[in-house]
Design a protein around this ligand. Sequence first.
Ligand code: ZN
Length: 145
Amino acid sequence: MEEDTKRCPYCGEEILATAKKCKHCGEWLDNSRIQACVIKKIADCQRISNIVWLIIAIIQICSIICIIAGVWNIIAVCSSWKLPKKILRQDNDIPSYYEGIAGLIVIAIVNFLLGGLIGVILVCFDFYIRGLVLDNRQIFNKGSV
Ligand SMILES: [Zn+2]
């Protein structure tokens, strides 16, 4: 009866499936090194995710400020609804109604869309991290703090 063999993941030589150490290259086969790589990868991904979520949170807070500006602009539009009559009357406060309103609305829309799109992509990234963790759940066996 021939014993089961496998390839050493480090040197590629054939070794016993039950081997604890490769007889060709001397590497230990207890998965600790592979696990260390996976753990580092997951930790790095989660760190990236945290940083990008922080950036998005800041963008979204800015977006909320822009939305408030947009609401303010709608109120401004309502108040300027009577402008045509004022123009016909040639009131001297007319120029002040044309300063900066359209620009604020554009900024509000752009910030809202930007935060939303990056957020969707980042949720996908977080699902990827979740998959990494769940696929390697046996690694996380050191207990909790
Ligand atoms: Zn080997």
